[in-house]
Design a protein around this ligand. Structure first.
Ligand code: HEC
Length: 345
């Protein structure tokens, strides 16, 4: 069973986009994603083929990407696509790795461009809809995707966290969502019939201010992921987050937030990931950050936080993963043909 295989409430049903932004639209799988998968992945993740010697070459890693049902079935070791979950979606996770990582894809040949990576990311975030495209079908009676351990997967820490938050989350009414969405927030359920929501302001970042943020109050108890990157929210506005006890991911990158604003995060007991990249926060904010009991990942690249501050934080919270460098190395697109280690799993 794939728990996050689809998204119940899609952005388009909830968000009456202003005409000016509708040109950007949603990513369309067949026209925006398929072409680069085809040119850069199908050679190893397509139909089984006979090589020159007549030997049958199976798709690598048990993964075929040339049909919707093949993609949804995933490979031998991991899911290829889980709607809304970038880390769980193998085809994104692997292209987003540093290029020298043994898991990086494509393992040979032309890499995805930054634009293609971004399109793929948006497609997954928007719910990974294939539209009317189906591609190659999985024949009846084909063996199930290999030995993937389903049970441990369902008991992954993230899954049990979602179950816990789901069971305590307040009921959601469509009206509350419409009200909170207004004409600029994109609000999506994180899984079919889930009461937990992801909120973004893509394409309307600059108009997103404290007042706009405050309008989320009708769904505050349901918000688990909130992306305020590049918006105009201020320290004061972050007071709205004190009403969001189920927040697990918060992105504040390139906002005007300072240490004062961070203080409002003190009670976010479920917060797993906090992105402060490109803000003016200093070591002072780390005092609050250190108290967040569930925090796993902190992004601090291009802030005023010092190496010394980070060293102290690490002492207090050795398990925290701190990202203090750019995630994308601006590496040249070189052909690589190196011995590949098996994935560590
Ligand atoms: C030159 C061959 C080659 C190309 C091209 C290639 N891959 Fe792979 N891929 C492999 C091999 C070999 C494996 C199995 C080893 C491993 O898991 O790293 C694999 C495994 C994978 C897996 C994990 C499958 C599983 O469940 O274990 C994913 C996801 C993946 N590739 C995605 C992609 C994507 C997306 C592209 C295109 C951008 C791509 N690959 C292009 C060779 C390739």
């Amino acid at each position: 069973m794939r728990v996050f295989a689809a998204v119940a409430l899609t952005a388009s049903t909830l968000c009456a986009q202003a005409p000016a932004t509708s040109a950007q639209g949603k990513v369309d799988f067949a026209s925006d994603v398929l072409p680069f998968l085809e040119s850069k992945c199908f050679s190893c993740h397509g139909e089984p083929k006979r090589d020159a010697k007549g030997k049958l070459k199976e798709p690598k890693g048990g993964l075929r990407l040339d049909g919707k049902d093949w993609i949804l079935r995933g490979g031998d070791g991991e899911d290829a696509v889980v709607a809304g979950e970038l880390e769980e979606s193998g085809i994104y996770r692997r292209v987003a790795l540093p290029e020298d990582d043994p898991d990086f894809m494509p393992s040979k040949g032309e890499h995805l461009t930054a634009d293609e990576r971004d399109t793929l990311k948006r497609w997954i975030e928007e719910g990974a809809s294939f539209g009317s495209w189906t591609g190659a079908a999985v024949p009846k009676g084909a063996p199930k995707a290999a030995s993937r351990p389903t049970i441990p997967k369902l008991q992954s820490p993230y899954h049990s966290l979602v179950q816990k938050l789901e069971s305590s989350a307040p009921k959601l009414s469509p009206r509350a969502i419409t009200k909170a969405a207004g004409d600029s927030a994109q609000i999506t359920a994180i899984a079919p019939r889930s009461k937990l929501l992801r909120v973004e302001f893509r394409a309307s970042e600059q108009q997103t201010d404290d007042k706009r943020l405050a309008k989320l109050k009708t769904v505050a108890g349901n918000v688990t992921q909130l992306n305020l990157a590049r918006t105009a929210v201020t320290d004061k506005g972050l007071a709205a987050l004190t009403k969001m006890p189920r927040l697990t991911r918060l992105d504040l990158h390139e906002t005007g937030i300072t240490d004062r604003g961070i203080q409002h995060l003190k009670r976010l007991r479920e917060l797993r990931s906090l992105n402060l990249y490109g803000t003016d926060v200093t070591d002072e904010a780390l005092a609050t950050v250190a108290q967040l009991p569930s925090l796993e990942t902190l992004y601090v690249w291009q802030t005023k936080i010092t190496a010394r501050g980070l060293a102290e934080l690490e002492q207090r919270n050795p398990k925290l993963r701190v990202v203090s460098k750019p995630v994308w190395p601006a590496a040249p697109q070189v052909e690589r043909d190196q011995g590949r280690r098996r994935r560590r799993r």
